[in-house]
Ligand binder design. Structure first.
Ligand code: BTN
Length: 253
């Protein structure tokens, strides 16, 4: 189905913009935050010309094949719980994919969604100061329809339609995702996150500015940090950065 008909299931949702193209939907939602838009305001684009990923990376966002959605959260959570939002967004993402595509996906810490060993979604959350206090922009990109990935991405990436009998509707997926995000702050996500987390129980490589370190991933703490144990028995909780998981994507040895 062509843009914008595929997004018809979203008719009636207030404070939602569906655009043919923008640089980054996160940028549009930051503008909305500055302009005083309410919690739940959202922007979807069929294509992003400058989609952004975590850790300063770009996020390829071609037309017609992905869901690129950003959501404004004006949190009621206490400020010291805001660090849980990226993980809760991942739980919301797994729920939406299950509802709209009938697929179970796992979470690679901190918040990549993975189906059948392939990354299908990434999440970039950004904290923005506004006149009425801190707001959180939750940006989610999901590969939905068949697409050609760059040679690098082709090693790790997949798209939802690869595992479904019929094409997943980006509109139905967006609708489910917005509903899940609307409930994000009341989600008691820790149990669900742990159950979905593909990183736990595996050997991981922590990519640090001064090199890589190998460890075992033991558990997720109540702030969604990753508790790891090094070869010398020392334990640490990792709160940010890049972690590659042995047996997932390219890390095999
Ligand atoms: C990652 O995998 O590193 C995170 C990717 C996040 C991409 C989404 S697409 C919608 C929103 N707009 C952006 O520019 N980025 C996020």
């Amino acid at each position: 189905m062509k843009f914008p008909e595929e997004f018809a299931p979203l008719a009636g949702r207030s404070h939602l913009q569906v655009l043919a193209q923008t640089d980054s939907t996160n940028n549009r939602v930051k503008d909305l935050a500055d302009a005083g838009a309410p919690s739940g305001a959202a922007v979807i684009a069929d294509r992003q010309t400058a989609g952004r990923g975590r850790l300063g990376r770009s996020f390829s966002s071609p037309a017609g094949v992905g869901l690129y959605l950003s959501y404004l959260l004006r949190p009621t959570l206490p400020e010291d719980r805001l660090m849980t939002v990226p993980a809760l967004a991942a739980v919301a993402g797994t729920r939406a994919v299950r509802r709209a595509a009938g697929l179970d996906c796992g979470i690679k810490w901190p918040n990549d969604l993975v189906c059948a060993g392939r990354k299908v979604s990434g999440i970039l959350t950004e904290l923005v100061p506004t006149q009425s206090g801190p707001a959180v922009v939750i940006g989610i990109g999901i590969n939905v329809h068949e697409q050609t990935f760059s040679p690098d991405a082709a090693q790790v990436a997949g798209y939802l339609d690869a595992w479904t009998d019929r094409p997943v509707s980006r509109g139905e997926l967006a609708k489910a995702l917005l509903e899940e995000l609307d409930g994000l702050e009341t989600l008691d996500g820790l149990r669900e996150y742990r159950a979905a987390c593909l990183t736990l129980g595996r050997t991981v490589r922590l990519l640090r500015p001064d090199g890589t370190q190998q460890a075992e991933a033991l558990d997720i703490d109540r702030d969604y940090g990753l508790i790891v144990r090094y070869g010398d028995g020392r334990e640490e909780t990792v709160r940010s950065g890049e972690v590659s998981v042995r047996g997932l994507y390219g890390y095999i040895e």
